[in-house]
Design a protein around this ligand. Structure first.
Ligand code: SF4
Length: 377
């Protein structure tokens, strides 16, 4: 049996090389991802009773950040806390409304992701309200559900908020420095220091956060290969369990697109060298690649790869990319997907169910948003 699998993998590698002209290292990474998912991830599109179409992911969006990064194309705005509060009040309503429908129709939450934006921009009391409402509305058992809170900006992480997160038995957050070079942080529009990044890791560990996801971007303005290497080395030393290496992408809606729309055509060699370094460094440090995706207008047509220590992958990241599971997305910028396992009946397998990106439009069209949730879930 094992010989057959080995033969199939050899054949697969030959196909990737000869038909798709992949270099060895890339073919190896794809095969490593396949092997990782086969070993550690249960299929969303396969076996019953695991997959009865009712095991879903839940996304909750807080579309606000302390400042806007120059490459950002997400639903994220900088605004007064009073506006954030008004938004949160409506979001809480959407959560309760959709939770009731979801429970009535037998949906169960496999993973819950609080994203945005930066959810930890909420103060401690509002963060607690958000988590508590979501857990109750969807009857989530935090001990059996993967729950991630994006705390991307280290300057929004406080001891009090970590205690709150911990109180709900949530043990996974994202701290996304993108670079550990102060000059780069200033260029990309962050208003925090490199020291804040170290402090946030330290506080998170002190408060029992056992899994930290971290993102780094290869190809940021002004960065040399040595800067990238330093950021990656430091994140590994800090012990992030999950590291996603993104290649800079010029996206619609970002400041970068306005100022340098074709910058992705430059620096291919340098960014390729950064990624090559990351493959070796991460592998040698005990990380395994577990998901991969590409976006438009990335430097050198290169890719994004998620790496993790064994068995602490983010199931949410995998489901989002594989598109074989329903994602219920709430809040501004939330892009949900309804998965139809029987494509032959519907003619399609995924139906996109998006909320407005802009929080003002979300607030204006709130009734319409609830109707949509009723219709699809
Ligand atoms: S932290 Fe993320 S969501 Fe916020 S501005 Fe930066 S890229 Fe956008």
């Amino acid at each position: 049996m094992s010989i057959k699998i080995e033969d199939r993998i050899k054949q697969l590698k030959l196909n990737l090389k000869n038909r798709y002209l992949l270099e060895d290292i890339k073919a190896d990474i794809l095969i490593d991802i396949l092997n990782y998912q086969n070993d550690f991830v249960r299929g969303a599109g396969e076996e019953l009773p695991y997959n009865d179409g009712k095991l879903v992911s839940l996304y909750i969006g807080i579309p606000f950040c302390p400042t806007r990064c120059y490459y950002c194309s997400f639903a994220s705005e900088v605004t007064d806390y009073s506006i954030i509060k008004s938004y949160l009040n409506l979001l809480i309503e959407e959560i309760k409304f959709t939770g009731e429908i979801a429970i009535k129709n037998g949906y169960r939450i496999e993973s819950l992701y609080f994203g945005g934006g930066t959810p930890t921009i909420l103060d401690k009391i509002d963060l607690e309200l958000l988590i508590n409402t979501t857990i109750n509305a969807f009857k989530i058992n935090p001990e059996k559900t993967e729950i991630t809170i994006e705390a991307g900006r280290p300057d929004t992480i406080t001891k009090g908020k970590l205690i709150t997160i911990n109180k709900f038995n949530i043990n996974r957050i994202s701290i996304n420095p993108q670079s550990l070079n102060q000059k780069t942080l200033d260029i990309i529009g962050r208003k925090h220091s490199v020291k804040d990044i170290y402090n946030s890791f330290y506080e998170a560990r002190l408060n029992n956060i056992s899994i930290i996801n971290s993102d780094i971007i290869a190809g940021l303005k002004g960065e040399e290969v040595r800067d990238f290497k330093n950021s990656l080395d430091e994140i590994i030393k800090l012990g992030a369990e999950n590291i996603t290496i993104h290649t800079l992408s010029v996206k619609r809606g970002s400041e970068l697109k306005e100022v340098s729309p074709y910058i992705f055509r430059d620096g291919e060699k340098k960014v390729y060298e950064m990624l090559r370094y990351s493959y070796d460094k991460l592998k040698n440090s005990g990380y395994k690649p577990y998901y991969i995706y590409k976006q438009k207008n990335q430097v050198g047509g290169l890719e994004n790869i998620g790496w993790c220590k064994e068995n602490v992958h983010s199931i949410y990241n995998i489901r989002i990319i594989e598109e074989n599971q329903t994602i219920i997305a709430l809040g501004a910028g939330g892009i949900g997907k309804k998965y139809y396992p029987n494509k032959s009946e519907t003619g399609f397998s995924i139906k996109r169910i998006a909320n407005p990106r802009n929080y003002k439009i979300y607030m204006d069209r709130f009734d319409e948003i609830l109707e949509k949730k009723n219709l699809y879930f």
